[in-house]
Design a protein around this ligand. Structure first.
Ligand code: ATP
Ligand code: MG
Length: 213
């Protein structure tokens, strides 16, 4: 085998999200993707002002960033990036990916989403461009079946062949929306997310009122 072929391929996983708050669904998806696709590391990138979430107030970026930091602290292969929260204005994935492409020139980029987000990717700004830059991993999320979507993509976007991967993971029906509602209603959230994040939410009184729910 030639040296070029033997050279280890570096692969960077990218997990974007609002993370309001980060929970075990995010962590399991990222960790399973890391194992399955041999990713050297997974970068968690909390969004700044999310383009798709204008309808409700999202918690301050620094709080979401801090919670993500607490959640990933004990995994040496997880990292946190302030790339999107430090940027002014709306953060579009394509811009973030261009920056990551320049920052990690020797890495193959793998964008990890749940199947709910996977179903939406063609509505993203410059979706076709994104699909030439990176690979996609759609991790199973209860309630969002991607099989019809994947068949359709195969037919209608043959140029994406081999770049969109479906990943079966031990699916967790956990969402940030549900966690926020639980806090608001005084219901338990323990075991849905890391204990450090649960304590942070408690200490900062997050999600107890409507405007942040
Ligand atoms: P919200 O309810 O506020 O939309 P969320 O739980 O969907 O929050 P996001 O921050 O919107 O979390 O999601 C970030 C990424 O993580 C998305 O790609 C989403 O599909 C994925 N994701 C979220 N929850 C899960 C889950 N339980 N299983 C698999 N993937 C998930
Ligand atoms: Mg979501």
């Amino acid at each position: 085998m030639s040296n070029a072929l033997k050279r280890k391929v570096n692969r960077l996983g990218i997990m974007g999200g609002t993370f309001d708050p980060i929970h075990n669904g995010h962590l399991v998806a990222a960790e399973m993707a890391r194992g399955e696709f041999n990713l050297s590391k997974v970068l968690f990138i909390p969004s700044g002002t999310p383009p798709h979430k204008n309808s409700r107030d999202v918690s301050a970026a620094n709080l979401r960033y801090e919670m993500a930091g607490l959640a990933i602290k004990d995994n040496p292969e997880f990292d946190l990036s302030a790339l999107e929260i430090e940027r002014k204005g709306l953060s579009y994935t394509v811009e973030t990916l261009r920056i990551l492409r320049r920052t990690w020139p020797d890495y193959e980029l793998y964008f990890i989403t749940g199947t709910d987000a996977l179903l939406e990717i063609f509505s993203w700004r410059e979706a076709e461009e994104i699909l030439t830059m990176i690979q996609f991993i759609g991790a199973a999320r209860p309630g969002f079946d991607a099989s019809d979507f994947l068949l359709k993509v195969q037919k209608e976007h043959p140029e994406t062949k081999g770049r969109i991967h479906y990943l079966e993971v031990p699916a967790l029906a956990i969402s940030s929306t549900d966690i926020r509602a639980r806090v608001r209603h005084g219901q338990p959230i323990r075991y849905l997310l890391p204990e450090s994040v649960r304590l942070f939410i408690q200490q900062h009184g997050l999600y107890i009122t409507e405007e942040n729910a």
